[in-house]
Design a protein around this ligand. Structure first.
Ligand SMILES: [Fe+2]
Ligand SMILES: [Fe+2]
Length: 193
């Protein structure tokens, strides 16, 4: 990796997928997935993991807001953040790694149409991993400060909030687009059955 590559942070994607990229979705709309014969347990589990990530990222953002609004006790907030924040970060790193190394190559090999969105999804992972690193750093600081200096903890939580918002926003966009690209290919080729 060159010095320039190291310096370049992956872009935070502000937009939906380019039109036409999810063409196959027209043949396999979301409402039809559940009843499709190719909708195997492995795919249901994968979507279930996405659902858990959505919930965890929303909770982390909402609970940080509750602490800033003083509607949750500092100790409770710190223990929630430690437990649920860690669950979000650790599981998402593993999920991204598995998708990059196994899942995406499998979809690419099955259908070259997947490649049109592959670079976007991989860049989302890079950007999300960077945000998760930042979230971990700030969350650990808040958790420690709750024991030492509560006004400093409160201030740090003010910096944590926009990171939790960024994670939730990009993650929500990423998961929906990833599902729209991957599931029609899975159903079309009867993968992961
Ligand atoms: Fe992903
Ligand atoms: Fe995923």
């Amino acid at each position: 990796m060159t010095h320039t590559q190291l310096m370049e942070a992956p872009k935070f994607r502000e937009t939906d997928l380019p039109p036409g990229m999810d063409k196959l979705l027209q043949d396999y709309p979301r409402a039809s997935w559940d009843a499709h014969k190719g909708f195997a347990q492995a795919t249901r589990n994968w979507l279930g993991a996405h659902k858990a990530f959505r919930k965890l990222s929303r909770f982390t953002r909402e609970d940080t807001q509750r602490y800033l609004d003083k509607t949750v006790e500092a100790e409770k907030f710190a223990s929630n953040l430690s437990y649920f924040g860690n669950a979000l970060v650790a599981n998402l790193y593993g999920h991204h790694h598995w998708e990059d190394m196994e899942y995406f190559p499998e979809l690419s090999a099955a259908d070259p149409r997947f490649d049109s969105g592959l670079a976007i999804l991989e860049e989302d992972h890079q950007c999300l991993n960077g945000l998760l690193e930042n979230l971990t750093l700030k969350a650990n600081r808040v958790i420690k400060l709750v024991q030492l200096d509560e006004s400093a903890a409160y201030e740090e939580a003010g910096e944590l909030l926009p990171v939790t918002e960024a994670v939730e926003t990009l993650l929500t966009r990423h998961l929906a687009d990833e599902e729209d690209l991957a599931v029609p290919i899975i159903l079309h080729h009867r993968l992961r059955g």
